[in-house]
Write a protein that binds this ligand. Structure first.
Ligand code: F6R
Length: 618
């Protein structure tokens, strides 16, 4: 999704902006642009459709860019208007003195645009963002008196919607004004230099000191100082804590792999280790979740759990539902963030709401969190990105510690979410009827899981060969049942995302005969998760039904099950573990399979078309 970087300081502004934009590439985008102020207060701006590399190449051809005062840059993920140079950010006012980059959506932009046009403002793009530049122009009558920040505050007073913005003006060449409402923004504090960015990866090459802006805050940023104000109360200055970033920049690099996604799948065993480190208490047969400790009594009293999440995180939540009900005896429901808010959720003091999000910025999940809090529910989070909006707004919660996930499609974060849901099941189960023996058994098995996951990585080549065999098919059906039904959904979603010219559908195996079986023929292969567990016989039935219709079957099966080879076309084996933990292992080959098919079909698996890492629009 859109990315913002802004810089003011002694370095070459263009270089800082381009390197920042490159670090934001993983968020997914379709066009990019920069605007920089020069010593004569003139503003140089350049935008392109496509990748940062194109922008960089074209800029190089222009020779040395001598503009070195404040500058802003942006990667755009189109919402209003097609991806092209005109719609790319930054956007200027009528005079060309004010330039704005924006993440989010301005919901009342049509009305505002009409009004501004009637007042004589000339628009050149189809974007909602451009109205912000013109609104600022309208209020920026006397720069010497009011200052850019005053004009920004007045302009934002008219805006309804979500925004993270950074603004520069040729009248105040070293200043950047930034503001946030429902779209993440941070300030990076350097040595006589300062940054603004939509996420820390854009600035981590330069500084580890960051401030997270909250909704309704405006920041005035100069190389040697910054000030943060309340948007609604001009005079109220906010004192904010400076946070130290702990992750290493090498986490944002490929480390010898062809793609970030392969690197991140290879990190899946480590994601389990990091998720469970220090959180297993074998003596008491329970999980030790530091972030929940202060609320233990509250957790003991809840009678119902509602889990909200989107996309892949939503599938993790579905697995969590099976775990909670079977082992914690806790009635659990799962809801997509995007639906939760528009229903009339029935929540009471005995219901806890868990929000799961890798980025911690997904707008649909965030809005659901706010709605649940508004309704008085006890809300807690399972979030990977430390300091993200969902993490902060939940207050109580568990961090994944899965490290930076750069590739747009979720991989290791999903494995981590499943691992922590297993820990949470033990934690909540032990507060209820779960025995010490059962708790200990799950935890021991969980502790052994990274080793088993490592073994699956060795099948990378075998899975690549299978991808070669099946990579030309245009449709796939993924089937699973019980714990592995959500994993079938995840496998199909990954194939859709990574090999976007291929259609894949995930289905609960028992439902196949109620409809999808009509599609099965020799050109419609199925990936069937048929591990040796309580639903194995039922999965075999589904396989037989497919084979009876000439369908090809790739099975994910448990090591030692040689028999399955007799009635399937290909088998990928995973080691034996507890049924509730099988999803963690079954996912790994499915991630590999989708990756290899994507690569063979020449798809950009790290940044699949139309997708974004943090979906910060509703
Ligand atoms: C799929 C994928 C998305 C995300 C979804 C939620 O590969 O990455 O479906 O899972 O957008 O994102 P987070 O977890 O950041 O809230």
């Amino acid at each position: 999704m859109c990315g913002i970087i802004g810089y003011t300081g002694p370095k070459k502004t263009l270089e800082v902006l381009i390197s920042g934009l490159k670090n934001l590439e993983y968020r997914g985008y379709d066009s990019a642009g920069i605007s920089i102020i020069g010593d004569n207060n003139d503003i140089f701006s350049f935008k392109t459709k496509g990748r940062i590399a194109v922008l960089e190449e074209r800029l190089k051809k222009m020779g040395e860019i001598s503009h070195n005062r404040a500058g802003i840059g942006h990667t755009r993920w189109a919402t209003h208007g097609i991806p092209n140079e005109i719609n790319a950010h930054p956007h200027k006012d009528c005079t060309g003195n004010i330039w704005v980059v924006h993440n989010g959506i301005i919901e009342n932009y049509r009305i505002l645009r009409k009004r501004l046009e009637a007042e004589g403002h000339k628009f050149i793009s189809e974007t909602d963002t451009e109205i912000i530049s013109h609104l600022i122009e309208k209020y920026y009558k006397n720069p010497a008196v009011g200052g850019l920040e005053e004009a920004v505050k007045l302009a934002l007073g008219e805006v309804i919607g979500a925004y993270g913005i950074a603004v520069i003006s040729s009248f105040e060449p070293d200043k950047i004004v930034a503001a946030r409402f429902s779209s993440p923004l941070i300030i990076g504090i350097g040595d006589n230099e300062a940054f603004v960015a939509s996420d820390v990866s854009a600035v981590v090459n330069h500084t580890r000191k960051v401030i997270y802006l909250d909704d309704g805050e405006v920041a005035v940023i100069l190389p040697d100082k910054y000030q943060i104000f309340d948007l609604n109360n001009n005079s109220e200055k906010r004192e904010k804590q400076i946070k130290e970033i702990s992750w290493e920049i090498k986490e944002a690099q490929k480390g010898g792999f062809s793609h970030f996604l392969f690197k991140e799948i290879y990190e899946e065993p480590e994601a389990i280790t990091n998720a469970i480190r220090g959180r297993i208490n074998l003596e008491d047969g329970t999980a030790k979740l530091g972030g929940l400790e202060l609320s233990e009594k509250r957790f003991a009293e809840i009678e119902r759990l509602v889990i909200i999440a989107c996309g892949t995180a939503h599938y993790a939540a579905m697995v969590g539902e099976y775990m909670m009900e079977e082992y914690a005896g806790l009635p659990t429901e799962v809801e997509m963030g995007s639906e939760f808010r528009y229903r009339k959720p029935v929540l009471d003091k005995k219901t806890a709401v868990l929000a799961i999000s890798q980025s911690g910025e997904t707008a649909d999940t965030l809005m659901a969190v706010r709605e649940a809090k508004r309704k008085g529910a006890f809300v807690f989070g399972l979030v990977n990105t430390v300091g993200s909006t969902i993490a902060r707004e939940c207050g109580v919660g568990v961090y994944n510690h899965a490290g930076l996930e750069v590739a747009v499609p979720a991989s290791k974060s999903f494995i981590s979410q499943l691992s922590i849901l297993a820990l949470l099941t033990v934690f909540l189960g032990r507060q209820r009827q779960m025995s010490n023996t059962m708790g200990t058994r799950i935890l021991k098995e969980l502790a052994n899981l990274p080793k088993l996951a490592e073994q699956i990585l060795k099948q990378d080549e075998l899975i690549r060969d299978l991808a070669k065999k099946y990579g030309a098919y245009k449709n796939f059906l993924y089937l699973g049942r019980k714990y592995n039904y959500p994993i079938a959904l995840e496998g199909a979603l990954k194939l859709k995302e990574l090999a976007y010219c291929i259609h894949a559908e995930g289905y609960p195996a028992g439902e196949m005969k109620h409809g999808p079986i009509a599609m099965i023929d020799e050109d419609f292969p199925s990936v069937v998760i048929a591990t040796s567990d309580s639903v194995y016989d039922k999965m075999v039935n589904a396989i037989q039904e497919i084979k009876a219709r000439n369908g090809k079957v790739i099975a994910i099966a448990t090591e030692g099950n040689e028999d399955i080879k007799n009635f399937t076309d290909d088998v990928i084996y995973i080691p034996k573990t507890l049924e509730m933990l099988t999803p963690i292992l079954a996912t790994i080959p499915l991630h590999f399979f989708a990756c290899h098919i994507g690569v063979l079909n020449r798809c950009d698996i790290d940044k699949p078309r139309n997708l974004a890492k943090s979906v910060v629009v509703e």
